[in-house]
Each structure stands twice: as C-alpha cells, then as structure tokens.
Design a protein around this ligand. Structure first.
Ligand SMILES: Cc1cc2nc3c(=O)[nH]c(=O)nc-3n(C[C@H](O)[C@H](O)[C@H](O)COP(=O)(O)OP(=O)(O)OC[C@H]3O[C@@H](n4cnc5c(N)ncnc54)[C@H](O)[C@@H]3O)c2cc1C
Length: 413
C-alpha cells in the first residue's frame, strides 16, 4: 500500500491525537498535527505515574511514550498553539488555521517558577514535559485572565527575565488534507458552581489540581500554607452522574484514578488519613478487584456524596454529609478536599462540529467512529475522549481501530 502522497490533518495532540499521528505516519502518510495549546500530550501528560512498589497500570507513561515517538517521526509536522479557523471542500479539505507565537520566550525563561506562584488561575501556566518540541513553560490562553478581559498580568510583571509577553502575535496558514482525524478530547468539569467552595477555599482542589500538586511536590501540600496535608478527602462524581447538570454519564476513569492517587499519597505520606466519598465504585481491568480490596483496608470508604463543604477559621474544611448507616447528618474535618471532576464534552466541540458540517451527539460529545446514527462526513474520523469519557488505554484502542479504517479509506480514494 503506497500512501506517500496522502496528507492527513490530526486535530488535537492528546494521547488520542498522538496515537493517530504516530500510527498514520507509520503507514507512510504525511501528518499535520494541530494542537491549540502550546503543549502536546493533552490531559494524560499532566498525570502522575501512580506506581508504588509495583506498576498499577494507570497508563500515565503511555502518553510520554506516544509523545516521544510522534515528535521524532519525520512524517509528522507539528503545529502547537494553533487553532483551526475554517474547513472547506469535500475532500480534499482546505484547512485555514492560525498559530499563536508562544507567550513565554524559551531562550529567556530560566524556569525560576515565579510565574507559577503569581498566577491566580490553577493550571493556566504549565510546565512542559517535552522541551525539545516546545517551550518548557507556557501560558494557556484559554485559561489566562489577560485574554479574558486584560484583568491580570501578574506573571509578566513579576518575571525577572522579562520572558513573558502577553501581546504576542498570530500567523495565519492554510493546508490541504485528504482526510481529517478529530481527537479534541474532553474538558474536566469546573466545580465552581457546586456548594464545595472551589475557587473560594484554597484547600478545595480538583483531581487535576491534585495531579499537578503531586508532580510539583511529590506529597500533598495544602495550597493555603504549603504544609503537608494529613487528612485528605476525595469526593467522587463531581460533575458526572448528575441529572441536574445534564451529565447523567459515568466518567469511568475517576474511581480508579482517585483510588490509585490515594494509594500513591499513602505510600509517600505514611500517616496520611484518607477518606473516600462515593456513590459506587466503578471497577475496570482484571486486577482491579485485588487492588480495590487492599485499598479498602487503609482508606475510609463512606458511601455518601457531601452536601456542603465549609471553611473553618484555620483553613480546615468541614465536610457535611448524610450518613446512610445512622440516617443522620455528620461532619468530618480535613486539611484538603479533592473533587474528582467528571469528563465533559470539550468546550469547542460545537464549533468544531459546525466547521466540519457534522453534529455532536445529545450529550455534547462527538459521535464515535463508525456511528450509524450520526455518520461522519466523508474523510472525517474520530477517536479518544472527544467521543465520550474513556481511559488512556481505551483512547488508544479506539484510535487504532479508526486509523485502520482511515488507511483503508485513503487507499480506496
Ligand atoms: C484528573 C484526571 C485523572 C485521570 N486519570 C487517569 C488514569 O489514571 N488512567 C487513565 O487511563 N486515564 C485517566 N484519565 C483520563 C485521561 O486523561 C484520558 O483518557 C485521556 O486524556 C484522553 O486523551 P484524548 O487525547 O482523547 O483527550 P485529551 O487529553 O483531552 O487531549 C485532547 C487534546 O486536543 C486539544 N484540542 C482540543 N480542541 C482542539 C482544537 N479545536 N484544535 C486543536 N487542538 C484541540 C486539547 O488541547 C488537548 O491537548 C484522567 C483524567 C483526569 C481529568
């Protein structure tokens, strides 16, 4: 099969897009990989390896492996910091895009970390894992308050190297693609509207914040004062299995991910007391049952979802819940509360669907590959968490199946 003259655009460079790009490049296809943020790897590259004495098969290393392979492949051209503006034609497609120059000058930045301390938005400044393919420190335009209403420039003002420029320019470009692979992933639910004090109480964090804190400090530090948190609560199903929000789905990965995180914390902080508030525990993988049995020995499991979280005068958190065993309201006090946020449709799915002349499904996720209810336009393929909540392993296998069909499509056309 000779696919040397075919050209595919992969949109989104999370583990799904990297897998698609790597697999297609392996078939000889020329690939343009578009990523809207300055970093490749999506959410998976932000996760910790959760191995304690042995590997717990969390999948975090898969993203790093895909990143290394894809960025080295000569058939893959990377467009980081790039938004797709328009797609026309039926195929080949004409793609118009806009690439933003990086806001952090990699040559000037010495990685001192002052910008991280100053930034008021968790996750808006990121530390890259792949310095060879982009800036080591980068600012996410979609989260940075400067690009919302020019309200904040604390990082730029504080940078001792003058490496940050918030008024960097964008360059327009066009290309032609024989087919398009959509791998735009998911958004983590933002729990600011829940009665849990997220965004107001510094020690209420999301599961993604917890991943970042553990990467930065190796133990769980309280954001309020930098002390090590001893009493830690995980609250499951925040933003999923919630009919009121219109998110009835289970996000599938949160129970396993949070329990593995809890075990990682316990392995590094021997005196940590961990409590897990849950509806029911979703199991996955052949060996999850034995992992779960041993986790239950050291983790206090409470089958209830808290109604409220209150902040004490000393920045502790009082979690109020209805105890089904005693049929009474109870309170427990913690140093830190981790909200296990659900996987919801990516913010610009609607826009991407319009650009592609397709429709998202009723939940807001993109239709999965091979959907008979909402068949994709000719030459458009999809995979990974853009099509619904899924783990890293599931994202990879969904993409591999779609790539196989894409190769058949390219060969036949
Ligand atoms: C807190 C947390 C913990 C998790 N723990 C685990 C775990 O332990 N094990 C596990 O298997 N899974 C875990 N997951 C799930 C895992 O993150 C996903 O399976 C994986 O990230 C899916 O990869 P993806 O590439 O489909 O999506 P994403 O990771 O969301 O990547 C999508 C990429 O596309 C980019 N993009 C979006 N729109 C556009 C656009 N219009 N143009 C260009 N680029 C675009 C995004 O910026 C992003 O880089 C966890 C998730 C969370 C939130």
């Amino acid at each position: 099969m000779n696919l040397d003259h075919t050209h595919v655009a992969v949109i989104g460079a999370g583990v799904a897009g990297l897998t698609a790009a790597d697999a297609l490049a392996g078939w000889g296809v020329r690939v343009s990989l578009f990523e809207k943020t300055p970093f490749l790897g999506g959410h998976a590259i932000q996760l910790n390896c959760k191995a304690t004495e042995t590997c717990v098969k969390c999948g975090a290393c898969v993203a790093e492996d895909k990143l290394r392979r894809t960025t080295r492949h000569p058939n893959v051209e990377i467009h980081a910091g790039t938004q797709i503006e328009a797609i026309s034609g039926r195929p080949p497609y004409q793609i118009a895009y806009r690439t933003h120059s990086p806001l952090v000058n990699a040559d000037q930045c010495d990685g001192c970390g002052i910008c991280f301390q100053k930034c008021p938005v968790p996750g808006a400044i990121m530390q890259g894992r792949a310095p060879r393919v982009g800036p080591y420190v980068a600012i996410r335009r979609d989260l940075c308050r400067y690009f919302d209403n020019a309200a904040c420039s604390l990082c730029r003002d504080a940078c001792p190297q003058g490496a940050i420029s918030l008024s960097a320019r964008a360059q327009a470009g066009t290309m032609q693609a024989d087919a398009i692979f959509l791998a735009t992933g998911f958004s983590p639910y933002n729990p600011s509207d829940k009665p849990y004090g997220y965004g107001q109480f510094p020690n209420v964090i999301t599961s993604l914040d917890a991943e970042r804190l553990m990467r930065e400090h190796a133990v769980m530090k309280r954001p309020s004062d930098g002390g090590t948190a001893g009493r830690i609560a995980f609250v499951q199903c925040v933003g999923s299995r919630d009919a009121q929000l219109g998110h009835p789905w289970c996000s599938k990965i949160c129970c396993g991910s949070s329990l593995r995180m809890a075990r990682l914390i316990q392995s590094r902080q021997k005196d940590a007391q961990i409590t897990f508030f849950y509806i029911d525990v979703q199991t996955f993988g052949n060996d999850f049952q034995s992992f779960y049995r041993s986790a239950r020995e050291d983790i206090k499991m409470i089958r209830a979802i808290p109604g409220d979280i209150l902040r004490t005068g000393t920045d502790e958190l009082e979690v109020v819940y209805f105890d089904p065993e005693s049929s009474a309201s109870r309170e427990l006090v913690f140093d830190i509360v981790v909200l296990s946020v659900g996987l919801i449709p990516a913010g610009d799915n609607g826009r991407m669907a319009r650009i592609l002349d397709w429709t998202a499904d009723e939940s807001g996720f993109m239709p999965p590959h091979g959907s008979s209810r909402q068949p994709a336009p000719a030459g458009i393929f999809s995979g990974g968490a853009a099509t619904g909540p899924m783990s890293i392993a599931e994202s990879v296998s969904s993409v591999e199946k779609a790539v196989f069909d894409m190769v058949r499509y390219l060969t036949a056309s």
